[in-house]
Design a protein around this ligand. Structure first.
Ligand code: PMV
Length: 289
């Protein structure tokens, strides 16, 4: 029996723009998914195309037990975390000798297949390696980790990443004269923000700029706007949607002393708050239970 866990993630900058080859910056965060795999003759496992993809890719059969701290379909990368942790647990339980890089690449291929080609390597890279990752076109690079204090607000409004990506594609087709410069501006924000990762006050300003540009792309939602404004009013340096938008989560960058006040303001707006910070480890082996 082998138990491995992998972290979730937030997009600090550049969601949607990454779909068009622009840069994005994402960070692994503390809620984790725990996956136990057992080599058994009679496998038992939850029905999931991600789990099926993991066993097919590894060419073995076994049982799986999943325990997730990450709300699913909320933009916090739960499917990538499940995939990365499952591949790693299979690798360990069946002694298959895959490297971390193999796991990251296989996880990306599985996500891409399940999501019918609509996946960037962001979630699977961040979940495998942890820390802060810069994605641009085909390249992925780890940035120096920073001790950022984050509060996530889950709007509890369901959304579909594929639908939001499609909606932006349609808007871009209809109004390239507006949307193309907005994507360029998001790139400008990400490329400037990268030089201020150790300055939360400045970084918060860039997050607010990114949020305004995401609104132009039409991926906002009234409840997300409420949570973003509540977080800023309660003292956040900056706040924005994280991920596809249209529902799902927002993220606020906070002064340490205000994070619980900001979480309270989010909860008071009929949402679920998660106080969190960076995960620098990525996927890791847990003690067998
Ligand atoms: O909602 P999430 O966390 O799956 O993020 C989607 C981010 C997009 O840029 C909209 C799509 C992608 O694959 O990068």
């Amino acid at each position: 029996m082998a138990t491995w866990s992998a972290p979730g993630k937030v997009f600090l900058f550049g969601e949607h723009a990454v779909v068009y080859g622009k840069p994005g910056i994402a960070m692994a965060i503390k809620p984790r998914v725990f996956v136990t795999v057992r080599n058994t003759k009679r496998p038992q496992r939850a029905k999931s195309p991600y789990i099926d993809g993991c066993f097919d890719a590894m060419g073995v059969v076994g049982s799986v037990y999943i325990n997730s701290q990450i709300p699913s379909s909320s933009g916090l990368g739960s499917s990538a975390a499940v995939t990365v942790a499952t591949l790693s647990a299979i690798n360990d339980e069946f002694s298959l000798h895959k490297t971390r890089e193999d796991i990251a690449n296989m996880a990306f291929e599985i996500e891409k297949t399940v999501q019918k080609g609509r996946a960037s390597p962001t979630d699977t890279t961040v979940s495998t390696y942890g820390g802060i990752v810069f994605i641009s076109g085909g390249s992925r690079r780890r940035l120096p980790p920073q001790n950022l204090h984050l509060v996530i607000g889950d709007s509890l409004v369901s959304h579909s990443t594929a639908r939001m990506v499609e909606q932006v594609a349609e808007l871009k087709k209809k109004h390239p004269e507006i949307i193309d410069p907005v994507l360029d501006a998001i790139e400008g924000v990400s490329m400037s923000a990268i030089h201020h990762l150790n300055n939360p006050r400045e970084l918060g300003r860039y997050m607010n700029m990114n949020q305004s540009l995401l609104e132009v792309l039409g991926v906002g939602h009234p409840q997300l706007s409420r949570l973003i404004l509540a977080a800023r009013s309660a003292g956040a340096f900056g706040a924005k949607i994280t991920g596809a938008g249209g529902g799902g989560c927002m993220v606020a960058l906070c002064p340490k002393q205000f994070k619980h006040r900001i979480a309270g303001a989010i909860e008071a707006s009929e949402a679920r708050a998660i106080v969190t910070g960076i995960d620098t480890e990525g996927v890791r082996k847990e003690k067998n239970v």
